[in-house]
Ligand binder design. Structure first.
Ligand SMILES: [Zn+2]
Length: 89
């Protein structure tokens, strides 16, 4: 019997989560709020190099931060580009 492995939420665009920042995210901050999320849930905040420490501190002071991983290690959603609306009907 094995415990479920925590799974980060999939991300789509690797853009920093800091307010007003549009830098490419290089880090994924994995966090969990035990009051809201199951133990295996990992919410993901994306951070550029400049905002990583700030966002880590924000989550750390609330004891939500679980891990920081390179953004390239995060699962990504592969949403289809829907430039052409399907005309079925
Ligand atoms: Zn940033």
């Amino acid at each position: 019997m094995t415990l479920p492995v925590p799974t980060p939420d999939a991300v789509h665009d690797l853009v920093c989560s800091a307010r007003g920042c549009r830098e490419e995210a290089t880090w994924g901050l994995l966090w969990n709020n035990p009051k809201l999320h199951t133990a295996q849930r990992r919410k993901v905040w994306l951070a550029c190099d400049g905002h990583r420490a700030q966002l880590e501190e924000f989550l750390g002071t609330r004891s939500f931060l679980r891990d920081t991983v390179p953004a390239t290690d995060l699962p990504t959603t592969d949403l289809p580009e829907t430039e052409q609306p399907a005309a079925d009907g």
